[in-house]
Write a protein that binds this ligand. Sequence first.
Ligand SMILES: Cc1ncc(COP(=O)(O)O)c(C=O)c1O
Length: 382
Amino acid sequence: MAAAYDGSVDTTLEDLPIRDDLRGQSPYGAPQKHVRVQLNVNENTHPVPEDVAEDIVASIRQALTTVNRYPDREFTELRESLAGYLNGGLSADQQLTPANLWAANGSNEVLQQLLQAFGGPGRSVLGFPPTYSMHSILASGTGTRWIPAQRDDEFRITPETVVAAIAEHRPDIVFLCGPNNPTGTPLDIETIRAAYDATDGVVMVDEAYAEFMPTDAPSAITLLPGRPRLVVSRTMSKAFAFAGARVGYLAADPAVVDALRLVRLPYHLSALTQAAAVAALRHAPAMLAMVDDIKQQRDRMVTELQAMGYRTYETWSNFVLFGGVADPHAAFEALLDQDVIVRDLGIPNHLRVSAGTAEETTAFLDAMRRVAADQPPVRVDA
Ligand SMILES: Cc1ncc(COP(=O)(O)O)c(C=O)c1O
């Protein structure tokens, strides 16, 4: 009797003629649980304001009237809007044009396209773990060799460290992450400059959390003039509270954008996504209004976790990495029992928590005090 096609035949990945380098790998993804206080994936915990949402809906409604046609493959209006948004923070000699901008379905897709164009079999990308875990996964998916290099104390990287790692490994691409996920560590502009000067390859700075940096801290975007191999990726997922819309982008020399056109799927950004993103960018100040509140909640977490006896690290992002957790797995479960979810990244004695609303932050801190009473903080060295 033929087995129903319901998985009962028990085919596994091992039975399929999958690429050898993908065998035994696990897909990326934090658990998507229904928990009251969700502080595990560095989302913006504040929803899009109602009036802005209505304007976005009106734009999507308009886009739907021509959705029988393929969308603008060059997403020109979106690139104009992104240039306008970034130019607000740049000096006259740093201004970007739409030709400097590129976008895709989340900055993950932007980075994937970058690796497709500049990485691939026989090429390598240097990164500095612990860092955003998708960097190595995207490398693996595109057949690019991932080279992990060491960070300095407190998860920092100095110009000397980055130059030494480049000299040792001669990578085709260097991935820097500033502020770094999962540690929150700032990335000094001098380190980016030194990395660029030390390589003939592409230097990519992932600035997913740029809007949470101190307002006077320069972005890597300020280094773009005269540096055609420098690429700065950004996202609307975090500060813009747009994670579910999937819009990431990069700023670079127009020649880099030409390279990405060679590997992108035609019409990769749907007309609905383009319409939603352009509308959201029209309301940038309202969309970003919560950034200061989130930074305050983050700083509150740092102060109160320290008072409980945990070790925290300098963070310029919307999350806090903290050490001294005797048993991170048990602490994660104990928080989950109190309807709070954080991230256990497998860094011994550490957990990461995203800043929430004031109430969510209070709920997390109260739950954490109960955890600390059960398993007192331990000493950690980083
Ligand atoms: C450093 C970093 N880069 C990129 C991303 C992905 O962002 P997007 O939602 O734009 O794909 C994240 C998400 O957590 C991140 O932490």
